[in-house]
Design a protein around this ligand. Structure first.
Ligand code: RUQ
Ligand code: CUA
Length: 649
């Protein structure tokens, strides 16, 4: 009763734009539809990209509860990600250490076109990268840089069996990079599409790249069923302009969807019809046994040139500056979300194949045949709204498209193209997500709208407001708004999956006997301190509620002190933390069975405290210790201990 009373007052100030919240919180008993009782699990996981936070936010659906923020492309002081010696290599690139990125599109791994819960991939837009997150631990375990690209936006959309994840450059860049006048764009700049091979165990590597004109490659989705073996990329700026794009790149009536036959590409690679070119890009891998990341610099890549590889790429004319490209669950329909077009254009894969067979080409650009629009178009969704961006699908033959300008989600029928329903979003929706909504088997119970503007939806927090997700029930004929919830960073795309596909594989701690970290200490008997010149290695252990050792003497100003901290706990949810006063670093947060390393370079003499940062037991506050720092010239012996026991060296 109290909850209902509260809700009555909030929407009145949440609707200043004059929109009516039909079927929303006031409609009927929606609260019970999103209520997940204490102690119960949500039915779905939702993985929201963090946009300019560089991370992934994991929420439960339908409750909207934030379950975890997974650090991916940005350092994260909360978890020591990018601060510990083990994770620093994850953020290495050909430009050196890059502690931030703009993460847009999470994409779950698939088997037979269905989400399988093994991994989630996400693109780094700014310094082109793709990351892989292992969903047994919810940690980033691999990041590969994408060479010959600028702005990896059309990424990392997967193929039907996760054979590949793709990357397409949003910005044309000189190929190879060189010092040229910007106004030579059309002649010197190129656009590269990249296929990253994903092995059975998840390991990624750049398999090949395809050299195309310097259009802006915006988004992508792969075919499925009949269209398996193809990937579709949207383009804009087919005008190939480099300045004032808001006008210059909106001239052409139609831009293109680039259809890439990646099975054909595999044949050309096998026949050796590629150019091997120098390219510097980092490949970073986190090993769950050594608890350590390594970064390897790669130096070449295979490039396919369409004019030398007939049948590899075709352009499908598509009005007008299409943003998202989405393939329906059958694989037959390819939806081009032309953001400046009044209608939504849908192409047919069958018609596309026929047009290719009949050579119904309008023209050719850089060796790529342009198919005739009328020969490939299947239909269009008319007058649905303004500014279509993205489309997802349910399991009943319906599609849902977000319209940014008119702030709404429009439901339409695949095949007849009729508009069935519209629901307002609050406000300015970008991506939408239905669990499995870009797979062969959508789990179409909920739709999440990811909104850009939230003013007046939440209590004000100064000039900056959080972004917002809105949850709709789509199980009936009409969409029903159930819930608003804030998100971390700016969610672009998101992915959802029923929890039963992930929960059985989730690890609760790392078995200590499998720990292969070179500086591990597998019990307190292994705890010790070793000096090697001005490098000091502390083999430290943690267990409720002490560090071993907790008193260390004989450290000198100018030393490089590496604390290798092994958490001996073999229990779920008992991390210990580690922090040192004045360290130019973040804490470590060490999971059970894990070893992590903290580098500290003491700059002045004194006795410096350290402590556990994660409340771990009733005696957490006692979990502390001291390090004595002496002058560089001193001859204080290295000495360490815990309680009565002390070792002097
Ligand atoms: S993009 S809406 Cu990467 Cu559509 Cu954000
Ligand atoms: Cu260990 Cu607090």
């Amino acid at each position: 009763m109290i909850a209902t009373f509260g809700l009555l007052f909030l929407p009145s100030c949440g609707n200043q734009a004059g929109q009516t919240n039909t079927g929303g919180a006031l409609g009927d008993d929606v609260a019970s539809q999103v209520y997940v009782a204490p102690g119960e699990y949500d039915e779905f996981y939702a993985f929201m990209s963090g946009g300019f936070s560089g991370q992934i936010g994991v929420h439960g659906l339908p409750s909207g509860r934030l379950l975890k923020v997974i650090p991916v492309f940005s350092t994260d002081g909360e978890k020591g990600y990018g601060f510990s010696e083990e994770t620093k290599p994850m953020l290495n690139t050909s430009h050196g250490f890059v502690p931030w990125d703009d993460a847009h599109h999470p994409e779950l791994s698939q088997t037979n076109g269905e989400t399988d819960g093994r991994w989630i991939f996400i693109n780094g837009n700014n310094t082109p990268r793709i990351a892989r997150i292992d969903l047994s631990v919810f940690e980033t375990v691999e990041i590969i840089e994408i060479p010959n690209s600028g702005g990896n936006h059309s990424s990392p959309f997967t193929t039907e069996n996760t054979e590949y994840v793709v990357a397409g450059t949003r910005f044309g860049v000189p190929y190879p990079q060189k010092d040229v006048a910007i106004n030579t764009y059309a002649e010197n700049f190129k656009g590269m599409l990249t296929y990253v091979k994903v092995e059975e165990d998840g390991a990624m590597d750049v398999a090949f790249q395809i050299l195309l004109p310097a259009f802006d490659y915006d988004l992508a989705h792969s075919g499925k069923g009949n269209s398996h073996g193809w990937t579709f990329f949207t383009t804009y700026n087919t005008e190939e302009k480099s300045t004032l794009l808001e006008v210059a790149a909106s001239q052409n009536d139609k831009d293109f969807i680039a259809a890439v036959n990646w099975k054909k590409a595999e044949e050309y690679i096998a026949q050796g019809k590629y150019q091997e070119v120098p390219a510097k890009y980092a490949h970073n891998v986190y090993d769950e046994k050594t608890h350590m990341a390594t970064s390897t610099m790669k130096d070449k890549v295979k490039v396919l040139i369409p004019s030398e590889c007939p049948g590899l790429v075709y352009f499908l004319p598509t009005p007008k500056s299409p943003h998202g490209v989405d393939v329906d669950p059958t694989g037959e329909y390819i939806v081009g979300n032309g953001k400046l077009s009044a209608d939504l254009t849908v192409h047919s894969f069958t018609k596309m194949k026929a047009a290719i067979d009949n050579q119904s080409f309008e023209t050719e650009i850089a060796g790529v045949p342009v198919l005739k629009f009328e020969e490939v178009v299947a239909g269009s969704v008319k007058d649905a709204g303004l500014g279509p961006l993205h489309t997802e699908f349910d399991d009943k033959g319906n599609a849902y498209t977000s319209f940014f300008i008119t702030s709404e989600v429009v439901k339409w029928k695949v095949g007849t193209w009729e508009v069935l329903d519209k629901a307002s979003t609050f406000y300015s929706v970008g991506h939408i997500m239905i669990p499995g909504g870009d797979s062969k088997k959508p789990q179409g119970k909920y739709l999440v709208a990811l909104n850009k503007i939230t003013k007046d939806r939440y209590l004000p927090t100064g000039p900056e407001l959080c972004h917002s997700a809105q949850l709709y029930d789509i199980s009936g004929d009409k969409m029903k708004l159930l819930l608003d919830f804030p998100t971390a960073g700016e969610p672009h795309y998101a992915q959802g999956i029923s929890a039963d596909r992930i929960v059985p594989n989730v690890k609760k701690f790392y078995p200590i006997e499998e720990n292969e970290h070179p500086y591990r200490a597998l019990g307190e008997k292994d705890a010790r301190v070793e000096r090697n010149g001005n490098e000091v290695h502390v083999y430290m252990t943690t267990i409720r509620s002490h560090f071993a050792p907790d008193n260390i003497e004989g450290i000198k100003v100018g030393d490089k002190v590496y604390f290798h901290v092994t958490n001996l706990e073999q229990d779920w949810d008992v991390p210990h933390g580690f922090a040192v006063m004045g360290a130019n670093n973040a804490e470590l947060l060490i999971m059970g069975g894990q070893t992590e390393t903290f580098l500290w370079e003491p700059k002045s003499v004194g006795v410096i405290p350290f402590y556990c940062t994660d409340f771990c037991s009733a005696l957490h506050q006692e979990m502390q210790g001291y390090i004595r720092v002496s002058p560089r010239s001193s001859n204080i012996a290295l000495k360490w201990g815990l309680g009565e026991e002390e070792v002097v060296q």
